[in-house]
Design a protein around this ligand. Structure first.
Ligand SMILES: Nc1nc2c(c(=O)[nH]1)N[C@H]1C(S)=C(S)[C@@H](COP(=O)(O)O)O[C@H]1N2
Ligand SMILES: [Mo]
Length: 406
């Protein structure tokens, strides 16, 4: 069979599966044609998302939340952003799913069935903050190419699984190991089987942390397909791109993993601050590791109108990569003065923290409420856009909402 015919045959059979009926004159379909029945599926129904989620791209699917949709302490599926680099896999059979541990630095290459993973290793549950490295990209100037995330590419769900460390140790880690790299089953947009949509990873030191999981449950249920069913790597506090969905292989590497989206400008930023638009040499680009301190006001929704003389109770979350948030303040005078908010301890390390405050407004009129978090290294969020970088990563500028007092 020619490759072209093969591609056509597989597309036809997947059309048939999706539609639930044979495409009778399918052999007459011109290449690249999408049956009407499959055009523009409703992403909200398809992925069980809240109606107010915002679709940034449908090929691949990229959907973001709005700040007020992220008000829950544990993010429900309906408000979780979706970030895909390739195609959401279809027809996954969890009973046949396997995870291979291989690589230059594995002592004994091993293959586990999903059931073996679940029965052989102890289960752990952690609430973990996953933020896309490109969250906030839309504010960069000159603009950065890519999905124009505003503030909603972050979530903090509860993940249950086995520790990656336990599985790696079971296979055996050679002393020359430096990194792990994940491999997953989602196809590259080109459908070229020799290309991976994404294959990222992290240093061994991050891979063996207590909270780094191979998860099979999210918020107590099977992980929704679009978020990585049936097995997902989760590494809280780091760019969410490290948390590989649909993972079927993890390589223990003796070099920094060099998979898709590990090199060039992908998830890398200039090691030192540069002028906007400046060219940066490849050796001066650094891989993003722990994410910077940030916060989000999730109540009220921007544009709220409140009655004169009424106290406004605001609330939201703050997170700081691998660090803890030690302080969060609000300002209603464009950052001239700041007042401390109440902040809660995280549910566990790498989970976001909830804050709240009661605000009295001096008179009627237009206000902005700004929030600013500070991490345990005493680093605070910037009020305006931080360092420019080619792909628009790591915008942790203060979140602000508009409030009218009438
Ligand atoms: N296999 C696979 N894993 C992946 C991705 C992907 O495209 N394919 N995208 C990554 C990126 S860039 C992000 S931000 C997160 C998004 O996770 P979510 O869709 O569950 O919110 O998944 C990461 N894991
Ligand atoms: Mo991402």
């Amino acid at each position: 069979m020619k490759r072209r015919d093969f591609v056509k045959k597989t597309t036809l059979s997947s059309f048939a599966t999706l539609i639930g009926a044979e495409v009778v004159f399918g052999s007459k379909l011109m290449e690249g044609y999408t049956p009407v029945a499959l055009q523009d599926p409703d992403p909200f129904k398809l992925f069980n998302k809240h109606k107010e989620m915002i679709v940034l791209n449908n090929k691949p699917w990229n959907i973001e939340a709005q700040a007020h949709l992220l008000d829950d302490k544990i993010t429900p599926n309906s408000s979780m952003f979706v970030r895909n680099n390739g195609l959401v896999p279809e027809n996954i059979d969890a009973k046949k799913w396997t995870l291979t541990i291989d690589g230059e630095s594995v002592k004994n290459k091993k293959v586990y069935t999903l059931n073996e993973l679940k029965t052989k290793f102890s289960h752990h549950t952690y609430q973990l903050t996953l933020e896309c490295g490109g969250n906030g990209r839309s504010e960069f100037d000159p603009p950065a190419k890519g999905n124009q995330w505003t503030v909603g590419a972050v979530h903090c769900a509860s993940w249950t699984g086995v520790r990656l460390r336990d599985v790696l140790e079971d296979a055996g880690i050679k002393s020359n190991a430096v990194y792990i790299g994940f491999h997953a089953v989602d196809q590259h947009l080109s459908m070229d089987p020799s290309k991976e949509a994404i294959s990222r990873g992290c240093p061994i030191s991050k891979a063996v942390q207590d909270e780094t999981l191979l998860a099979f449950k999210m918020n107590g249920e099977d992980i929704p397909l679009v978020h990585g069913y049936p097995l997902r790597l989760v590494a809280g506090g780091w760019p969410a791109s490290v948390s590989g969905k649909w993972v079927n292989r993890i390589s223990i590497r003796d070099i920094v993993h060099d998979g898709a989206k590990m090199t060039g400008t992908a998830y890398r930023v200039p090691c030192e601050t540069v002028a906007p638009g400046q060219k940066v040499k490849d050796e001066n680009m650094c891989i993003i590791e722990s994410m910077p301190v940030k916060s989000l006001i999730t109540y009220p929704k921007s544009g709220a109108i409140i009655k004169k003389g009424k106290v406004l109770n605001i609330r939201g979350h703050a997170w700081a990569g691998e660090l803890e948030v030690t302080k969060i303040e609000y300002s209603i005078d464009f950052g001239s003065t700041w007042t401390e908010c109440n902040i809660e301890k995280p549910a566990n390390r790498l989970a976001w923290q909830h804050f709240s405050a009661s605000i009295d407004f001096p008179k009627t009129g237009y206000y902005e409420v700004w929030a600013r978090a500070t991490d345990s290294n005493n680093k605070a969020q910037p009020m305006i856009l931080p360092g420019w970088n080619p792909k628009g990563y790591l915008n942790n500028a203060c979140h602000r909402i508009a409030v009218k007092v009438k």
